[in-house]
Design a protein around this ligand. Structure first.
Ligand SMILES: C[S@@+](CC[C@H](N)C(=O)[O-])C[C@H]1O[C@@H](n2cnc3c(N)ncnc32)[C@H](O)[C@@H]1O
Length: 456
């Protein structure tokens, strides 16, 4: 008997065909056998068509049906599940056809056809399932197990192969837990893009302004003129730096000579090498300009608050900065001349009359080992009650009090002292009279440390 109600309810909705209409078995069924058979065949064809429409999209390099056929021949088990399902449907149909003529009049035949139809339905069902599975795979992240399987899905070849022959080899009898993954054209392109991005991510970072490592020609195409220029500039820079270093060394040497010997030796030094005086003063200026306050400026400020009529004698005047800073008449003395106002001499013997000046200044100039000679000469030229101003580098003093006591013995009294500055001390003395000690008396307090500049 027909099992049409069940059949009808199980009948799939074939694409574009609509549900297969079932009819109750009429009494003259046998008469309608021919038409029934045709109907059955039509349904089967519709199912077939539906299954075929679910076939995976053809691959870029395997568009032809011949290829597909060849692949199937080579590896029939590895064909996609959808096509396998179609095959099942086809085989079922063929089996049906083999088992009996399509329009056989017997009930057995009808039963057989029904069975065949069911088989075909099973085939198309599995195709539907496969389609859903594939959709899920598309959205799910790539399974790492797939990589471990060694399925190379990175190139167009692999992409092609992944649906056909290049599936991971399985041991005989083993069943693959998952169907082979098929990459669409878009998926494959995305994967390539990601690979390129990953590669670039691990490239060494580019230094801004530097030519990329892949383009060494850009580096070599530097115009020769600019290269020469830069070479010359570098050479000039090097020469300047070397000259600067040499000057520094010479300054330190001269400075040491001035502190470590008598003034007569220093005088000889500069007479023999006038350029050495320039070197010394360049070095001195570069050092003293780093100080927060230059002592000569401090002395000048003080003198500006006194009558401009006071005659000043600047012992060891250097570049005459003091004379330039005050309105007073200034006698400038030094071992060499940097300015026309300078009288070149050893300050132990200045060409001035006794008691001829109001103010005697020693600004950082108590150099040499004969400081006593300088102070006695100042006492000589100073008027009675005249002002002696001394500024010296603070580090030169072992003991300020012994220094002050020694100066006092040379005919002065201390008026003021300023030890507040970080770099130098300032003292003001007033002439009290001629020196109180004989020339052979020892004044150890006048021994000051040399002021030596460190190499920087
Ligand atoms: C460190 S500089 C100071 C220059 C200036 N007083 C200033 O503060 O800018 C010392 C100066 O004293 C001079 N000098 C040192 N011993 C001298 C001496 N025996 N006779 C004359 N000048 C001397 C040096 O030649 C040098 O110019």
């Amino acid at each position: 008997m027909f099992e049409e109600p069940e059949w009808a309810s199980a009948a799939p909705v074939a694409a574009g065909l609509g549900p297969v209409i079932s009819r109750p078995p009429p009494a003259a069924a046998l008469q309608n056998k021919g038409s029934k058979c045709r109907q059955l065949l039509a349904t089967l064809r519709a199912l077939e068509a539906a299954s075929l429409s679910q076939h995976p999209p053809s691959l870029p390099s395997s568009d032809s049906e011949e290829d597909e056929e060849e692949r199937k021949k080579k590896c029939p088990q590895k064909a996609s599940f959808a096509s396998a399902s179609v095959e099942v449907g086809k085989k079922g149909k063929k089996k049906c056809e083999k088992q009996g003529p399509p329009c056989s009049d017997s009930e057995e035949e009808v039963e057989r056809k029904k069975k065949c139809h069911k088989q075909a339905l099973v085939g198309s069902d599995s195709a539907e399932k496969e389609k859903r599975k594939r959709k899920c795979q598309k959205h799910a992240p790539i399974n790492s197990a797939q990589h471990r399987d060694g399925v190379d899905q990175t190139g167009p070849k692999a992409w092609k192969g992944s649906t056909t022959n290049d599936l991971p080899k399985q041991s005989p009898g083993s069943i693959s837990p998952k169907p082979p993954r098929t990459l669409s054209r878009k998926q494959w392109r995305n994967r390539q893009k990601n690979k390129r991005r990953h590669k670039n991510k691990f490239r060494p970072p580019q230094v801004p302004g530097q030519a990329p490592a892949e383009a060494p020609t850009e580096k070599t195409e530097v115009p020769p003129v600019s290269r020469t220029d830069s070479h010359e500039a570098r050479a000039a820079d090097l020469r300047a730096r070397m000259a600067q270093r040499l000057d520094g060394a010479r300054f330190r040497y001269l400075n040491e000579q001035l502190y470590s010997g008598p003034s007569s030796a220093a005088q000889r030094l500069f007479q023999e090498d006038p350029e050495a005086f320039l070197v010394y003063h360049r070095g001195f200026q570069s050092q003293v300009k780093k100080w927060p306050l230059q002592p000569v400026d401090s002395i000048a400020r003080d003198l500006r608050q006194r009558p401009a009529s006071l005659v000043v004698a600047d012992f060891g005047c250097g570049d005459c900065r003091l004379a330039s800073s005050i309105r007073n008449p200034v006698h400038c003395f030094d071992l060499a001349s940097l300015d026309p106002r300078v009288t070149v001499c050893d300050m132990a013997q200045v060409p001035l009359e006794d008691e001829s000046v109001d103010v005697a200044v020693f600004c950082l100039s108590l150099m040499g080992t004969n400081i006593r000679d300088f102070l006695e000469e100042a006492n000589r030229v100073l008027k009675p009650g005249g002002l002696l101003k001394v500024a010296e580098v603070s580090s030169r003093f072992e003991d300020v009090r012994t220094f002050l006591r020694a100066v006092t013995k040379l005919g002065f009294k201390i008026v003021s002292k300023d030890l507040t500055n970080s770099h130098f001390f300032l003292f003001d003395f007033q002439k009290t009279g001629p020196p109180q000690v004989g020339p052979k008396a020892q004044l150890s307090g006048l021994k000051l440390h040399p002021c030596l500049y460190k190499r920087r």
